[in-house]
Design a protein around this ligand. Sequence first.
Ligand SMILES: Nc1nc2c(c(=O)[nH]1)N[C@H]1C(S)=C(S)[C@@H](COP(=O)(O)OP(=O)(O)OC[C@H]3O[C@@H](n4cnc5c(=O)[nH]c(N)nc54)[C@H](O)[C@@H]3O)O[C@H]1N2
Ligand SMILES: Nc1nc2c(c(=O)[nH]1)N[C@H]1C(S)=C(S)[C@@H](COP(=O)(O)OP(=O)(O)OC[C@H]3O[C@@H](n4cnc5c(=O)[nH]c(N)nc54)[C@H](O)[C@@H]3O)O[C@H]1N2
Ligand code: SF4
Ligand SMILES: [Mo]
Length: 761
Amino acid sequence: MTSTVHRTCPLCEAVCGLTLTLDEGGHVTSVRGDKDDPFSKGFICPKGASLGRLDEDPDRLRKPLIREGDLWREVDWDEAFGAVKTALGQVTDRQSVAVYLGNPNAHSMAGALYGAPLIKALGTRNVYSASTADQMPKHVASGLMFGHPLAIPVPDLDRTDYLLMLGANPLESNGSLCTAPDFPGRLKALRRRGGRLVVVDPRRTRTAALADEHVFVRPGTDAYLLFGLVHTLFAEDLITLPAVMDPQRSEDVHHSTPSGDRPINRVNGLDQVREAAKHFPPESVARRTGVPAEVIVRLARELAAARTAAVYARIGTCTAEFGTLAQWLVDVLNVLTGNLDRPGGAMFPKPATESPARRASPASRSEAMHSRRPYQVGRWTSRVRGLPEANGELPVATLADEIETPGEGQIKFLLTVAGNPVLSAPHGTRLDAAFEQLDFMVSVDPYLNETTKHANVILPPPRVLQSGHYDFALLGFAVRNYTRYSPPLLPLDGQPSEAQILARLAMIASGLEGDLDAFVIDQMLRKATETPGSGVEGRDVAELRAALDGESGGERRLDLMLRLGPYGEWAGKGDLSLRKLLDNPHGLDLGPLEPRLDEVLKTASGLIELAPPQLIEDVDRLRSKLDEEPPEIVLIGRRHLRSNNSWLHNVGSLVGGSNTCTLQINPADVARLGLAGEAVVSSAKGRLTVPLEPTDSIMPGVVSLPHGWGHAGSAQSVAAEHAGVSVNTLTDESAVDVPSGNAVFNGVPVTISPTGVITAH
Ligand SMILES: Nc1nc2c(c(=O)[nH]1)N[C@H]1C(S)=C(S)[C@@H](COP(=O)(O)OP(=O)(O)OC[C@H]3O[C@@H](n4cnc5c(=O)[nH]c(N)nc54)[C@H](O)[C@@H]3O)O[C@H]1N2
Ligand SMILES: Nc1nc2c(c(=O)[nH]1)N[C@H]1C(S)=C(S)[C@@H](COP(=O)(O)OP(=O)(O)OC[C@H]3O[C@@H](n4cnc5c(=O)[nH]c(N)nc54)[C@H](O)[C@@H]3O)O[C@H]1N2
Ligand code: SF4
Ligand SMILES: [Mo]
């Protein structure tokens, strides 16, 4: 007897619904797109189609491992947790403990629900994650402008008339910080309805090929380009939104209540932005970016003239020297063109599990407003390099410093959860050596890989199909409001769920006994019953707790969040609950995005802070390099549709073909440098020999190497055969985006020489 089941694909941000066929033994016999999913409507990509093979990869760990010297011993769960407990018990200073949370935490219920309690239980400020190798600039820009690091507007893809996209390649990545299953189809639909798509990228990507226009840009210079656009809007008086007024020059200062169509002052700092932009006229910016001045001027005019438009920028612009400035300017443009928070523009999603506090009405907020501390970065700094904290994390670019440098607070104990920083962090090769110096390391990971091989204990989560799935994080960036829950499809067979693994680690770290979920639920309920407008204000905690459904603590917490959410049965505006999601296994459409700026804004002023002082200060750094001569050759990254950072290279159907670790290089550079076949790429940090892939789709003076490779000698048999090299041998951890501390992967200066000829860098 086979069975047909439905679940969300956990492999990327597109959250596609999948329909799986399982045989009697619980093996996946087919994977298709779920046609009845109202969001993904049957879309699937090659990764989703391989979910069965990934789920049953024979190299996945099934039992915990303890390392003794170079040998690994399979142990039972109690022994594994016992070893962690003993080692943590010997730690006298909790600041010598560090945790690193990798990307799949954004895709798992365990990561979303247990990551924060685990960090709290560890009681350390040494918190690192893939976020500072990724989107931290966006959080910082949003935190400073809108008052909350998760107030991230997304392009209203299905309705916009004009999309300016920088440093993103959704035809390979399927989208990021913009959850949109079938991103390619949505872009085609945009063009079909007469809309215009402009892509800015140093490579003519598949996304660029699909666009109306592709603009080549010199890596790392997007902030200049965006400032050139802002400059033009001011210079040509193209700031069209009547509602945007500068309260500093207005009688009618803020805090007007939202009412109908009456224009409201919502913006602070217009003058400062205008002043800052004066330094970036299109002609100067053109020299730096390689984008002709007339193109910059035309793009600004087009943006302003479009009926609706959105600017969207992703990893190519984030992991760069001026990542936060670029992310800030993206939303400055969305504001100045009147496109923030309106249909067809850049809008704030309203996810089903959003907490009551996030959407407190302006009226109930006004009191709290004055006592609230504004969003801040750098509340503390890292010990060795003094880099700023952001969102409670320190930059992964300084993890090696903190392990290697003796003194109070030196990291001696490391916990990694779903991360592979040896391959993913800037200059990860240094971490490879640094991890050897640790007293103890624990990894929660299904694979023995480049990072986890340094661990003393590896705790593997169960198979994908044994885990429940809810996209707590990603649905907050969805281009339509939507919700879907996938319960576990197969029983656990005596091993703990990943949620239980993380919860048990948290209990070990806190030294407390009891049920972590019950504790969290009570805390949330107490807060909600005290929050005006939560829908349960004044109600009895015990009674509410007893009403919750769910087979596990995680499910009960999901039920609580859904009920308290904006569509929840307790919030009074809907009837969402876990039960309702279980009854609707294909997911539920919750409608198009709606304007909601008043709910979202959490700044102390109650206004959009268009010119946060920290960012205006960083503009000086940008200005100081405006006339700098660019390096002769710079390195950037890229992604491939059949890959996923460092960890899908062990699935045979996904490696090979065009998914290989090659150096894309312009044929003019190949000829100029006298290269053939392979070449040696050198940076300030390292050197690699790589096969060349000459292509005129990349700008001269720019080369591209994907990340996540470098599996030589891996315990994963397929990955070892397709080893490739790690680009993060070359990247430089000493370079960071200043406001966010984010890693710089794009625009790394390199030299290239024929094999056999080594040039000094
Ligand atoms: N040069 C360069 N470097 C980059 C980037 C780049 O563009 N260029 N991109 C950066 C970006 S955007 C990111 S997000 C980071 C990613 O950085 P990381 O998160 O450190 O790296 P991943 O390769 O995603 O590693 C994921 C790990 O999680 C494990 N895993 C998979 N599923 C699960 C699960 O369900 N539970 C658990 N516990 N573990 C699981 C995998 O085996 C793997 O070890 O890399 C960054 N590094
Ligand atoms: N198939 C697949 N999907 C993935 C992943 C994967 O590894 N494989 N990883 C996931 C993760 S963790 C993330 S964060 C997302 C990322 O999602 P995207 O942001 O869409 O990532 P990329 O496909 O790397 O596209 C980045 C583009 O930026 C360009 N670029 C490089 N430098 C610059 C620059 O300085 N300026 C500009 N304007 N462009 C530049 C690159 O050429 C590339 O085309 O993808 C996710 N989805
Ligand atoms: S696009 Fe992403 S979510 Fe959809 S099937 Fe592919 S990997 Fe899964
Ligand atoms: Mo990422």
